[in-house]
Write a protein of this length. Structure first.
Lengths: 376, 478
């Protein structure tokens, strides 16, 4: 095998593919990156039985072929190469990487032992890359990071016709985002639970394409998988098993009070006040007409308070939250103004965003946050 | 060190047994042993009459039965003890705000911190102690022993010396006279191992330790323990009385009559324990982040598993779910004799859980096994008679008593308060072979008669304990 390729193009492709390489591969060949030169295309692939990544780039292929090399090493090398065309060629069981006056010789791994990459599930529809990435980021923030409850480490993707709903919860907060997409066939209805971290990484990596193809498991092909494809990159991820909690009923029906606060000063105040909230002890919020008072710390410990402008319709309310969860929500609504709806101080509050104080809040993104109950 | 004997140590005499004797007039002057009544039970308290037979706290009940077969063996009724304890602690807090309870029946009081602190001398402190003992007897009918000394160490040793029903005052400078003749075990921190090491170098009394070279003690026991021993032997102790000691964890545990091997059964017991633990946690107005499961195997090897949650909780559903997760990987082969559930890393706030049940059972209603009752029917097919028969089960603290009524289908337990539709209130003297014997007497009544009923009589029902002294009649038992 022998091919020439632009350094930047190669480095990008290698870096992206190598991301999903396992740190401790179950079998040694999984530490490898598969290079396939065919016609005018070089295809790079990686696979760790959970996640597969594949990218095709243009290359000047002299001899076609298929080799497996250590992905980690190749990524390190490509990152540090000078900005000159790179020539890769095999020499027996070795592979030579030459760029300018730099020359590397790497051993190859037994390519015949490399597992076949999973087939991409049947394509189901497409959505703009930036919309998808933003939506995933807003939801993944609420996903659990604790493997003891695997189903909570995922983002649930629900597809119902042209509407996609993403949801994630770590049982203390729940984020739900809906957006429209272009399904390939009308009346599509499908559900998948995707590891949140992988989904977030994937969505970020695919933003430079105009649109992302999302492919969900068909009847046979790619069962238990979801695939994403955009800008010549394609990745598949194994779905999580387990039942995602029934979350829709968690949203309260009505609200006893609705508060509106400008997001940026609110975030700053929470950050300041929570300086005294060690180990995420709660921040207390008291909403009255025109005013929001934030307090943290109690008893003999350090205390802090701050007052902000806020508008309130309905009953006055005092409620406490974990400041980290509160800040996550305020950043995820990604809007100049935050709207918070409360029922009681022990029931979950709903956070939504709106463009200005007088606008109607949209239900596109909702962040449900469970309060902290103070004793005594 | 203080210049006055202003530290008071109060210790109720044979507390649980004395409460039982006061509540059950027929037992007055008779040996009474309170503890686990099953095969693996241990003695919690023995009355002075029973102690004459060599019965001691923490002794296996089986051994106590051999030593004192005629004693009344009763299950502990913690709610009754707590009621009396609250009265006693109330009296102590009238003396000073600085009261450090060590258990239900024992506490330190710093008299200098209280309303009598101004110009307090040993003489006045002694008067207060005399009044206190009289007042406790008048209010509860029970006796207490009191030690009064310039330090906690000496006050505690003095109250021990005062037992039963006495008062020992150690004036400043009088510490050595009290301490010197005592065996080394009388000092805090001297257990069997330290005592044995001391014996090997010929030290058997506190005077011996006081006379020893402190450096020698440090060589034997290390810096902290060696120095501490020497200081204590000289009567030097300046630890303050601390009003509130923050609990580090809340836990409950049960030992079982028969080793548990069945996973379903073990899970059911863990659910019970989790419910009790959460109830106590909420009762204390706390929450915790770390859930701990303790398991003791048939061979006494003990293993614990713990998981730290992301946020503190006092939610039964969360604790129970975590407990299930923790034991999922544990091999129960051979059986378990003890199970325990605890919550540590305590906090005073609880992150509510979207899928929990906490908001349906707020803390102030938790006193009545709300959580357990709410969840029991689906998961505990065996809930029923056993529960109805042991209303005090939830009150069982860390005392490793037996779970009354868990085995052998015992519906009635010795010592339990009951009421008969015709004969009125009384207590269960014994049960078996389908019958239950009840003695009909109440606190302050003359010794009552016994009657025997079929075990399943509909006329008999379990009741909460009666107060020892009827309200508004404080002189009744004096």
């Amino acid at each position: 095998m022998k091919f020439r390729v632009e350094r930047d193009v190669l480095a990008d492709a290698v870096a992206w593919t190598a991301r999903s390489l396992p740190a401790r591969p179950a079998v040694p060949v999984l530490a490898g990156l598969l290079l396939e030169a065919d016609g005018g295309t070089l295809t790079l692939s990686s696979f760790d039985y959970e996640v597969s990544a594949r990218v095709g780039i243009e290359a000047e292929v002299e001899d076609e072929g298929r080799i497996l090399v250590s992905g980690r090493l190749l990524a390190d090398i490509c990152r540090s190469l000078p900005n000159r065309p790179v020539e890769v060629s095999t020499d027996g069981a070795k592979v030579a990487v030459v760029c300018g006056s730099a020359r590397f010789t790497l051993p190859t791994l037994p390519v015949e032992d490399y597992p076949a990459l999973p087939e991409m599930p049947t394509a189901a529809g497409s959505v703009a890359g930036d919309v998808f990435a933003a939506a995933v980021a807003q939801v993944a923030i609420a996903a659990g990071r604790d493997d003891t409850l695997p189903m909570l480490t995922g983002v649930r993707i629900e597809i119902e016709g042209d509407t996609v709903t993403l949801a994630a919860t770590d049982r203390y907060r729940l984020a739900v985002r809906t957006f429209l997409w272009k399904p390939d066939q009308a009346g599509l209805s499908s559900i998948a639970l995707v590891p949140a971290k992988t989904l977030n990484d994937t969505a970020k990596a695919l933003t430079n394409g105009d649109s992302i193809q999302i492919a969900l498991a068909g009847d046979k092909l790619g069962e238990g998988m979801i695939g994403f494809e955009g800008a010549g990159r394609r990745t598949t991820t194994r779905l999580l098993e387990g039942e995602f909690p029934k979350y829709r009923a968690l949203f309260p029906d009505g609200a006893a009070s609705v508060a509106t606060v400008e997001t940026a000063p609110f975030v700053d105040a929470v950050k300041r006040v929570s300086l005294v909230a060690e180990r995420n002890t709660p921040v207390r919020l008291t909403f009255s007409d025109g005013r929001l008072v934030l307090e943290a710390g109690s008893g003999d410990e350090a205390q802090a308070s701050e007052a902000l402008d806020a508008s309130l319709t309905g009953d006055e309310i005092s409620i406490a939250f974990n400041p980290a969860f509160l800040l996550d929500g305020l950043s995820a609504i990604d809007s100049p103004v935050a709207q918070l709806s409360f029922t009681t101080s022990t029931k979950p509050a709903v956070m939504t965003g709106k463009p200005d104080m007088d606008a109607e809040a949209t239900d596109e993104y909702r962040y449900l946050i469970m309060p902290v109950r103070l004793s005594g | 060190m203080r210049k006055t004997s202003a530290i008071l140590h109060l210790d109720m005499d044979a507390f649980y047994a004395s409460v039982e004797q006061a509540a059950k007039p027929s037992l007055k002057g008779k040996p009474v042993i309170v503890g686990g009544v099953g095969g693996r039970g241990v003695v919690a308290t023995a009355s002075y009459e029973a102690r004459k037979f060599g019965v001691r706290s923490a002794m296996p009940t089986g051994e106590a039965r051999r030593r004192c077969p005629n004693a009344a063996f009763l299950i502990p009724r913690f709610s009754a003890y707590r009621e009396v304890s609250d009265q006693v602690m109330g009296l102590l807090s009238e003396l000073s705000p600085l009261v450090e309870p060590l258990s239900l029946d024992e506490a330190f009081v710093d008299l200098e911190a209280g309303p009598y602190g101004e110009g307090l001398d040993t003489e006045r402190a002694t008067e207060l102690a005399v009044e206190l003992r009289a007042e406790i007897h008048a209010r509860t009918g029970l006796t207490a022993s009191v030690g009064l000394a310039p330090s906690k160490l000496i006050a505690k040793i003095a109250s021990e010396a005062a037992k039963p029903d006495g008062l020992v005052v150690v004036p400043p400078g009088g510490e050595r006279a009290l301490l010197d003749p005592l065996p080394v075990r009388a000092l805090w921190g001297v257990g069997p191992a330290t005592a044995e090491t001391l014996r090997k170098v010929g030290i058997t009394t506190v005077a011996g330790i006081a006379a020893a070279d402190p450096d020698e003690l440090v060589r034997m026991f290390g810096q902290a323990h060696g120095r501490g021993l020497h200081a204590h032997a000289l009567g030097l102790d300046d630890r303050p009385v601390v009003a509130e000691r923050d609990a580090k964890s809340v836990s409950v545990e049960d030992t079982f009559e028969v080793d548990l091997v069945d996973r379903v059964r073990i899970t059911a017991e863990l659910d019970r324990l989790a419910a009790r633990c959460v109830e106590r946690l909420r009762g204390a107005g706390r929450s915790g982040r770390t859930v701990v499961v303790k398991m003791r195997r048939y061979d006494f090897s003990t293993l614990t598993r713990s998981e730290t949650l992301r946020a503190p909780t006092d939610d039964l559903a969360v604790v129970r779910e975590t407990v299930h997760r923790l034991v999922a990987q544990v091999d129960f082969t051979g059986g378990l004799r003890l199970l325990g559930v605890g919550v540590a890393s305590l906090a005073d706030f609880a992150q509510q859980d979207l899928f929990g049940t906490a908001d349906e059972a707020p803390a102030d209603e938790a006193g009545d096994q709300t959580g357990e009752a709410a969840d029991a029917p689906t998961e505990r097919p065996d809930s029923g008679d056993a529960d109805a028969a042991d209303p005090e089960a939830a009150a069982y603290g860390s005392v490793p008593v037996f779970h009354p009524g868990r085995f052998g289908n015992a519906r009635w337990l010795p010592g339990q308060d009951v009421e008969h539709t015709e004969f009125g209130p009384g207590w269960v003297q014994g049960s078996g072979v389908g019958r239950v014997t009840v003695r009909f007497e109440t606190p302050g009544s003359p010794p009552g008669r016994i009657r025997t009923f079929p075990e399943d009589t509909p006329d008999l029902k379990a009741t909460p304990p009666l107060p020892l002294v009827p309200p508004g009649n404080t002189e009744a038992t004096t």
